[in-house]
Design a protein around this ligand. Structure first.
Ligand code: ATP
Ligand code: SKM
Ligand code: MG
Length: 181
């Protein structure tokens, strides 16, 4: 399995709570890759939580840090990269993402909401109507997430292992020729 992607990075995109970290770790093991989470890198590099960065520097400040981290990470190979839910918003980020294979994990809002209802670490969900906010974010971002190479929709009862297996099976069909990278 370790040669499946020929060293090409695998980027997981999608809304918060869709399973990027959980599934990313499973894929990393199967591929013999290393795992990177852009939110974690930002928190480690700044010594601040994502909430703190949003509070002190605003969303624009956070997005700049996110682009900086992505631009550095994409220089490496053999990585599975779990990205922040909003990484698709900046056009420049797509230039970096397209160096690798991009997988969109698509999960219904009801399920995302049930997973994150008790979570206070998502600044964008600190809203009077978090479910409505999730819906509008997903609606706004769907055309962007749709630019992924692979669109994986979670079906009812799918475990993270099931989804990781589906991604691995689909990779050969969407792998771009190396010369184009
Ligand atoms: N297929 C699944 N079935 C059930 N629970 C799941 C599934 N995938 C992920 N989860 C659970 O949902 C929660 C969110 O998953 P995870 O942290 O991997 O999402 P994420 O996309 O990395 O979120 P974030 O954007 O916050 O980084 C975790 O508690 C995880 O165990
Ligand atoms: O969906 C988003 O815009 C975000 C998702 C998280 O991964 C973090 O990157 C941050 O909370 C913003
Ligand atoms: Mg995560």
């Amino acid at each position: 399995m370790s040669n499946l992607l020929q060293g090409v990075n695998l980027y997981l995109i999608g809304m918060m709570g869709v399973g990027k970290t959980t599934i990313g770790r499973l894929l990393t093991k199967e591929l013999g890759y290393r795992f990177v989470d852009t939110d974690d890198v930002i928190a480690q590099a700044t010594g601040k939580s994502i909430n703190q960065i949003f509070a002190e520097e605003g969303e624009a400040g956070f997005r700049q840090l996110e682009s900086d981290v992505l631009s550095q990470v994409c220089a490496f190979t053999k990585l599975t990269i779990a990205t922040g839910g909003g990484i698709v918003l900046r056009r420049e980020n797509w230039g970096y993402l397209h160096h690798g294979l991009i997988v969109w994990l698509d999960v219904p809002v009801e399920i995302i909401y049930s997973r994150l209802a008790e979570d206070t670490t998502r600044p964008l969900l600190q809203d009077a109507d978090p479910k409505g906010k999730l819906r509008s974010l997903l609606e706004q971002r769907t055309p962007l997430y749709s630019q992924a190479d692979l669109h994986i929709t979670e079906r009812e009862g799918d475990t993270p292992e099931d989804i990781a297996k589906r991604i691995l099976e689909a990779i050969p069909g969407v792998l771009k020729p190396q010369a184009s990278r």
